[in-house]
Structures are given as C-alpha cells and as structure tokens.
Design a protein around this ligand. Structure first.
Ligand code: DGT
Ligand code: CA
Ligand code: CA
Length: 364
C-alpha cells in the first residue's frame, strides 16, 4: 500500500499571538494570557504565553501568581484576560484557508488540524514539503499568523513532528526516517504520555523513545492494560494507522456578530440577521450541504445567552428558506425579549450532504 501524506498544523502560542495581532507593540514584550477564576484578584491560571514570556519560565497551566513572580523585574510584562470570541474569529479565518489545502480536513481544535494531502501530492514528500511551506506562507500573508507544521505518513508522527521545532517550524519525517527521528526524543514527546507515565519509565531507567523500544508489548500491556500498552508500543515505533477523518469546525456552520449598538429593535436586528444568513449560506453551498434545522442566538447585554431553533419539514440549502426561518425566529423571540441584545448569531444543523445520502451529523 502506498504511503499516506499527513500534515499536522498547530498555531504558535495561539491566544498570545492573537493578542499580538491586534496590538503589535506586544511583540517585544512578555505576554501572558490569563484565565482569571471567579475568586478575584490574581487567582487563576495562565492559558498561554508568548515566547518572550516563556524565556522567563512562564507557561500554560501555571498559576497567575507564579507567572507574575517570574516577571516581577520586567516592567513591560503584560497580563491579559482571554477573549475567546476574538480567538475563534481568527481561527475560523485561518481554518477556512487551511481546509482548501486538504483532500481530507480534520478539525481538532481552535489552533490545530490534520490534513490528508496524499492525493494532491501524489504521495510525494518532496511535493508535500513545498505544499506545507506554501500553506505557511499563505497563512502568514493573509492572516499574519505563524504556525508550525509536521509532515509524515501518519497522524501520530506528524503531531510529534509539529512539536519538534517551534515556533514557525516545518518538520518533515519521511517514512524511512521515522525510527531515527523518534529514537532520541524523550518518551514525553509521545502524545498522551504525561508526567506520571514519564516518571514510571524513568524509574525503569528509560528516558528516550529508543530506550522505550526495549520493552516488549506484553510487558507494556501488563503495566498499562492492553489498549494503552499497545498504543505505547506502536507509538515508540511510529506506527499509527488512524485515518484523517473529515471533521469540520461546528462553528463553520454558524455566524455571529457584535452589533454596532445593543438593541432589541426588529428592523435593526433583521438587517444584520439577513446578512449573517447570506454569509452562512455561502459556506453551506460551498460545502455541498443541506440543513434541516435553523437556530438563532442572542448574547444579551448582561452576556447571558438566549437561543431559539426550528426544525424544517425537509432538508434544504435554500437561502430564502434560511432567511425566512431565521427572521421568524427573531420575531418570536423579540416578543418577550427583556434585555437589549449585544451579539446576534444564526446557525444551521441536522446537516446532510447534497449528493450522497451521507449523514454528517456524526461530526457534531
Ligand atoms: P505552542 O506551544 O506555540 O503551540 O503554544 P500554544 O499556546 O498554542 O499551546 P497549545 O497548542 O498547547 O495550546 C493552544 C491554546 O490552548 C493556547 O494558546 C491556550 C490553550 N491552552 C493550552 N494549555 C492550556 C492550559 O493549561 N490551560 C488553559 N486554560 N489553556 C490552555
Ligand atoms: Ca499551538
Ligand atoms: Ca495545539
């Protein structure tokens, strides 16, 4: 069987890089993005930090207080709260570009995706290297975002490769180089192996993936159970046959905007809602989809959410039907709407593909 060609793409220091995008002055300063807990003050954790802050030892998951201590002497260090809506907007834009580069696109999260590019590269790793570089360039020039790509013949090795050289990296591991690439890496480089498992191996005198290969599958199974034991055994050898499976960002099939002013005026809202429907409809048509449910969403002035949806008689891709249903939902919702609305959204669900009978609701 011919080798597959798989990319794993991961955006660099994602939340912090998004903050730099809208405020380029931050680029030279240590930046930490914080998830403040509701206990107030500096309680909470660091979501991520830019590479300047990482030089001072600031990292994801660390208590905000610790990070502040590390950056105590640095007067221009910046601590920012998270703004997930904004990060999602940037992610959506980047992902919609990335999808165009894949035969099969698998969305993993806001800053991560797998691409099967076997067909379009005709299985050539040389072509794949060019394609990966081109993809990096396009994301850089159109969104100004830097990312790292790992290229290999399977998801596991590509994921490890994308973690190998960061930020702004591109690491390609050809099939014949998999064993030598993985060998010197710490066991921790295997996805899913955390601190605890690493310590367990360390106690057995095993630090690198090459050393890990000295354990046979039976020994691993007896320590970790059959499923995880077999996974570790195969991972140490770069073996993984999980296919890249089509998965879209569910957010692709919704649109939301922040209104110019908070409002509960039907005419004002209806205008924006129609525009959202048109924009969403473009994506639906492009992806060859039919929808059977339509929903609208309000983020109210106190930031609470309100949603209302309706299931149609038949699946459709008709723009007028989408608009008509959304407008009707808007009308009904406004009848008892108390708070002004700050953000307005529309989404479609119960999706199916136009051509085949394939039901893709399983992606959600
Ligand atoms: P890197 O290493 O350049 O890929 O840096 P990031 O920040 O992109 O790290 P990654 O890919 O592991 O995570 C993507 C985003 O997920 C990150 O920007 C913030 C969030 N995140 C990661 N780890 C944590 C954590 O421990 N706590 C919280 N709250 N968020 C996290
Ligand atoms: Ca990342
Ligand atoms: Ca990631």
């Amino acid at each position: 069987m011919a080798e597959k060609v798989v990319f794993h793409i991961d955006f660099d220091y994602f939340y912090a890089q998004c903050e730099e995008l809208r405020n380029p002055d931050l680029k030279t300063k240590p930046v930490a993005v914080c998830v403040y807990s509701d206990r107030g003050g500096d309680s909470g954790a660091i979501a991520t930090a830019n590479y300047v802050a990482r030089k001072y030892g600031v990292k994801s998951g660390m208590p905000i207080k610790f990070a502040k201590k590390r950056l105590e002497e640095i007067p221009d260090a910046v601590f920012l709260p998270t703004d997930f809506d904004y990060y999602s907007d940037i992610s959506d834009k980047a992902m919609s570009i990335i999808r165009e580069y894949a035969d099969i696109f698998e969305y993993v999260g806001r800053d991560e995706a797998y691409l099967d590019v076997t067909q379009r590269t005709e299985g050539s790793f040389e072509t794949a290297a060019h394609l990966a570089q081109q993809l990096k360039n396009v994301i850089r020039s159109s969104i100004r975002l830097s990312c790292t790509i790992g290229v290999s013949s399977n998801k596991l090795v590509s994921k490890i490769a994308s973690d190998f050289k960061k930020p702004d990296g591109l690491t390609m591991v050809e099939p014949e180089k998999i064993e030598s690439f993985l060998g010197p890496l710490p066991i921790r480089a295997i996805p899913g192996i955390g601190k605890k498992t690493e310590e367990k191996f360390s106690e057995m005198g095993l630090e690198t993936i090459a050393q890990l290969r000295s354990l046979d599958v039976f020994t691993l199974n007896s320590h970790f159970g059959r499923k995880i034991g077999t996974y570790i055994y195969n991972a140490a050898r770069g073996i993984d046959d999980e296919p890249v499976s089509p998965r879209h960002d569910p957010i692709q099939y919704s649109r939301i905007v922040t209104l110019k002013q908070d409002s509960k005026d039907f005419d004002f809202l209806a205008k924006d809602l129609e525009k959202l429907c048109e924009d969403l409809h473009d994506t639906i048509v492009k992806d060859n989809l039919l929808f059977k449910s339509v929903g609208i969403q309000f983020v109210q002035s106190d930031l609470s959410n309100r949603t209302k949806s309706k299931t149609l008689k038949n699946s459709t891709s008709n723009l007028e039907e989408l608009k008509k249903t959304a407008i009707q939902l808007l009308k009904e919702s406004l009848e008892d709407q108390k708070l002004p609305i700050r953000r307005l959204g529309v989404k479609v669900s119960d999706l199916s593909e136009v051509a085949g009978q394939v039901d893709i609701t399983r992606f959600f």
